[in-house]
Design a protein around this ligand. Sequence first.
Ligand code: GLY
Ligand code: MN
Ligand code: MN
Length: 440
Amino acid sequence: MIHIPKAEYTRRRKALMAQMEPNSIAILPAAAVAIRNRDVEHVYRQDSDFQYLSGFPEPEAVIVLMPGRQHGEYVLFCRERNAERELWDGLRAGTEGAIRDFGADDAFPITDIDDILPGLIEGRDRVYSAMGSNAEFDRHLMEWINVIRSKAHLGAQPPNEFVALDHLLHDMRLYKSAAEVKVMREAARISCAAHVRAMQASRAGLHEFSLEAELDYEFRKGGAKMPAYGSIVAAGRNSCILHYQQNDALLKDGDLVLIDAGCEIDCYASDITRTWPVNGKFSPEQKAIYEIVLASQEAAFAEIAPNKHWNQAHEATVKVITAGLVKLGLLQGDVDELIAGEAYKPFYMHRAGHWLGMDVHDVGEYKVGGEWRVLEVGMALTVEPGIYISPDNQNVAKKWRGIGVRIEDDVVVTKQGCEILTGGVPKAVAEIEALMAAAR
Ligand code: GLY
Ligand code: MN
Ligand code: MN
C-alpha cells in the first residue's frame, strides 16, 4: 500500500515547530468517534490536522508539541493497551507504541491528561490550537489554563497568548510534498478505475445506486477505506442538483448520468466528475453542452502554472462557457457584457475548483493580502467546470432542460504547468462512447 512514510511526519512536526514562537506549545486533539445510531459508530476518520502531524490513527489522543523542550518536544497522550477492550474493538498502540511506532518522544495515558498537561503548558508564553473548531476541546483547554491560573499565587505562570494554529499548519498543508503527490496519484488512479467501471456498467433500467456500487467495489478493492466524500450519482434532471446524494433514481434511456466521486488513500482525497449518457450515446443537445464544458476545462488547465493566480482558471472557464451558451442561443448578447453581468450564473453557479488534499475541500487561503493567491509548485486543486440547465428554466427551449454536465479532474502545479492526476478516465465524447460500446 502506498502511504505517507513515517519520516515525513517527523519532518512536518519539525517544520511546524520551526515556525512557532520561542517558548510556545501546540495542542491538537484527535477526532472524536461519531455515533451513527445507538451503539453503532461511523467509520472512524482521523482529524486531518492531527493525522498530518502524527499519522496516529486512533481516537482519544492529543498531540502536544513544545519546540526546544529538553525532555522531548513531541508528547502524545493516547489510550492505554487494554486486553479486554482490544478483544472487542481491535488493537491499540498504547503509550509504548506511540513512542516506538509513531515517533513520540514521550507518551502518557489519555486518562492522565488533566494531571499532566497543565504542567506542560505552565511557563510557556503562547498556546497554539485550532480555536473555535472543537467547542469541547476549547473548554478543556481553558480548564487546563485555569488550573495554572489558580496556582499563580504559588508562582505558576499561565500563558498570555492564544493563537490559532490554522494559519501556520494550513499553509504547510497547501504545499504537497513528493510523498503526498504519490499518495494522491494512487487515490486518483483507483478513482479513475472506479469511474471507468461505472461507465462500463451503465445501462437503462439500473438505478443510480447500482453505479455507486461499482464505484465502491473499485474503491475498496484498491485499498481505500472509504470515499473522500459522499458519492454523487445523479441521472437525468438530478444532474442539475449540485450536491445530490439520494442516488436511488432509475437510469433512463436517453438521460445523462453525472458521477462525482473519489476515494481516499491514507487520508488523501481524490475528486473526479464524469458525465456520460446512460445508453452510451450522447444526443446532439447533450453533446453540444458537453463539448463546451470540456473546452472550458481545457482552457482552465492552460491557466494553471506557477505565477498564474488562483482565479485565472475560473475566469477562463467563465469565458468559454458564456461564449458557448451564446453560440447555442441559450444566452443572447455580447459575451463580455454577459460576463460582466454574470449572466452565466443560472447555468454555471459554482467556482472552477478548490484546493485538494487531506480534505476534499482542502485548507489554504485563496487570497493573500486581499489578492488572489499566486500558484506555486506543489499546490493541488480541482478543475471542475459545469453547465446545469434547470428542468424548470422557462427561458430556454424544452430540449435543453434537465441537462447537467460537470467534468472534474485533479491537478498538481508543476514547474512547467500542471500534472493531471486523473487522466486515467476518458472524457472526450468519442472516447467515452467507444469505451461504453466495447462494454455492451
Ligand atoms: N465533490 C465535491 C466537489 O466537487 O467539490
Ligand atoms: Mn471538487
Ligand atoms: Mn467533485
